[in-house]
Unconditional design. Structure first.
Lengths: 251, 198
């Protein structure tokens, strides 16, 4: 009987382990009730957020990294010298919730009222100003995503004085099972608190970057996607470490 | 004769103040605004001085920040501008939201001069945002609420050029007269910051 070469003897068990691991991963990935896989802390990128529950603000999803890089670069021209989106693969995220904006986008204020309130002039030739409102998000847990997406957007959404239409934008990024569409390259940035995401959306809106989707996710892998760019809830400075109990700051 | 001369000088001085005051009030009569120039902090130079003056970056808007809305003259949108309370918030007539403060620098004086002199500021305006400088992990001065970007929709292409595409020279002059450094010196024409050496 011919001996199996030594290289092959080492290779075959590795293939078997990889196949078993992949199969397990696929099975577990399809079931949201299963815990996230264990993370090897020794390989983590600092502040990557791997293993944490985060909010991600998604600018878009693309079929290739090159397309995503081009989209991020285009958005970056609007953000100026301030960091905008990062790029990561959709497979690195398990969706555990979504967010909708509950605040109206803007308030229309007649110039007479504006002058009285602010003691500042209205632009010449205008009879009213459109005052942006502070962004407020509402968390929708995984069990409620289906009913939420099935409902209709409120009448008037997306027009001045009303909140944005949220459902189509979210539905476009999710599978029927409410996972992110697999194999996509996302332009995104991540936060540990809802307030951080709200402040970023306000900034992005001012920069003219729209059609954002906000999701709550478990981060399974991947690199740095912007953590550390939000304030700590205790008001001491930037939030650069995971919160012991993030849920109250995310829901 | 000498007493009369002193009195005449006194009257002339008062008249001059009244005249100058009226002239300043003239361009802002409609809105009831006049500048105050109270309580400006020393412009910090370098990161240590920034922290000594304004504290840590990314303090959040709850306790240390004020907010006003600045109307862009090209789209009529009033943009939210959060900023450090040490740059404005003294109890002057007018409208802002936040935590008070002793200065009248940004909110009231800079914005008042620009707006009530009818100098156009264009869309894409923001102040505080906890952010790194693009491609780095260095915190922008926006993270302290001591920077303002204006006209960003027009200036983003010019970030590598040391010239402006759209900023009204008088607007830049007003910022600079109130202690702000213009980012045009480092290729960011939309950007003004109340700090140097950073």
């Amino acid at each position: 009987m011919r001996r199996v070469p030594r290289r092959l003897r080492l290779f075959l068990p590795m293939v078997a382990i990889a196949v078993a691991g992949s199969t397990t991963g696929i099975v577990l990935g399809g079931n949201p009730e299963q815990p996230a896989p264990a993370i090897d802390a020794g390989t983590l990128v600092p502040n990557s957020g791997v293993g944490e529950t985060l909010l991600i603000v998604i600018g878009g999803g693309y079929g290739s990294r090159a397309e995503a890089e081009a989209a991020a670069a285009a958005a970056q021209r609007s953000f100026g010298h301030l960091q905008g989106f990062y790029i990561d693969e959709s497979d690195n995220y398990d969706v555990v919730g979504v967010y909708e904006q509950t605040s109206a986008d803007l308030r229309v204020v007649p110039c007479a009222e504006w002058r009285r309130e602010t003691r500042m002039e209205c632009p010449r030739g205008l009879s009213e100003v459109k005052a942006y409102q502070t962004i407020k998000l509402r968390h929708i847990g995984r069990a409620e995503i289906g009913p939420f997406l099935a409902a209709k957007d409120a009448v008037g959404c997306g027009t001045p004085g009303f909140r944005p239409c949220a459902r189509a934008n979210l539905a476009e990024r999710l599978t029927p099972a409410f996972s992110l569409r697999p194999g996509r390259f996302l332009t995104l940035t991540a936060f540990r608190t809802k307030l951080g995401a709200e402040e970023f959306i306000d900034f992005a809106r001012a920069a003219g970057v729209a059609d954002l989707a906000v999701l709550r996710v478990h981060k399974l892998g991947g690199g740095f996607v912007g953590l550390g760019q939000e304030s700590h809830p205790d008001g001491s400075g930037p939030l650069e470490e995971p919160l012991a109990d993030p849920a109250p700051y995310q829901e | 004769m000498r007493r009369l001369t002193r009195r005449s000088i006194g009257i002339a001085t008062v008249a001059l103040f009244v005249f100058v005051g009226s002239a300043f009030a003239g361009h802002s009569a409609n809105a009831g605004w006049t500048h105050r120039h109270d309580g400006y902090p020393t412009v910090p130079n370098g990161i240590a001085a920034i922290k000594a003056t304004f504290g840590e970056p990314c303090l959040g808007t709850d306790k240390n920040f004020n907010r006003f809305q600045w109307v862009a003259w090209d789209d009529g949108v009033a943009y939210n501008v959060n900023f450090h309370k040490k740059l404005g918030g003294k109890a002057v007539p007018g409208w802002f939201v936040g935590n008070g403060g002793l200065s009248t620098n940004l909110w009231w004086d800079v914005v008042g001069h620009v707006t009530n002199e009818h100098k156009p500021v264009k869309h894409g305006i923001w102040g505080y945002i906890c952010k790194y400088i693009d491609g780095t992990q260095v915190r922008s001065t926006h993270s302290w609420g001591i920077a303002v970007d204006i006209n960003s929709a027009y200036e983003h292409i010019g970030t590598t050029h040391k010239h402006s595409h759209s900023i009204d020279p008088r607007v830049a002059e007003i910022f600079q007269q109130h202690g702000w450094k213009w980012g045009i010196t480092f290729g960011d024409a939309m950007h003004f910051q109340y700090a140097t050496g950073y």
